[in-house]
Design a protein around this ligand. Structure first.
Ligand code: ZN
Length: 107
């Protein structure tokens, strides 16, 4: 692998160029399409798509409503399929705080 900035050969699995110290090798965080639990109106399909594509949720919902009105059976079936296919967002459990209290002094 070659650095895109200085052109020198670097390790294939390098994250930072050893010569110019610039980040190489795109480390794109994988995005997943989920149906968020909070803030959903029906199935969370529009909200999940809005989060995934970085769009305003109202815009996505408006597109879904327009699609429903214009192509009534098709958009409805697509929504149901998306509802089934797109997994629900995994629950984010609250970070456990210390629930074990120190033993109270016996008096
Ligand atoms: Zn470099």
């Amino acid at each position: 692998m070659y650095c895109n900035y200085c052109g020198r050969q670097i390790q294939d699995d390098a994250v930072v160029c050893a010569y110019c110290a610039r980040p190489v090798g795109a480390t794109v965080p994988r995005r997943h399409l989920y149906r968020p639990v909070e803030g959903r109106k029906i199935g969370g399909v529009a909200l999940g798509m809005a989060v995934y594509f970085g769009e305003d949720v109202m815009l996505v919902r408006l597109i879904w409503v327009l699609a429903l009105l214009l192509t009534l059976p098709i958009a409805f079936i697509l929504y149901i399929i998306a509802w089934i296919i797109i997994p629900e967002e995994p629950l984010r459990l609250p970070v456990a705080t210390s629930t074990i209290s120190s033993p109270s002094p016996q008096s």
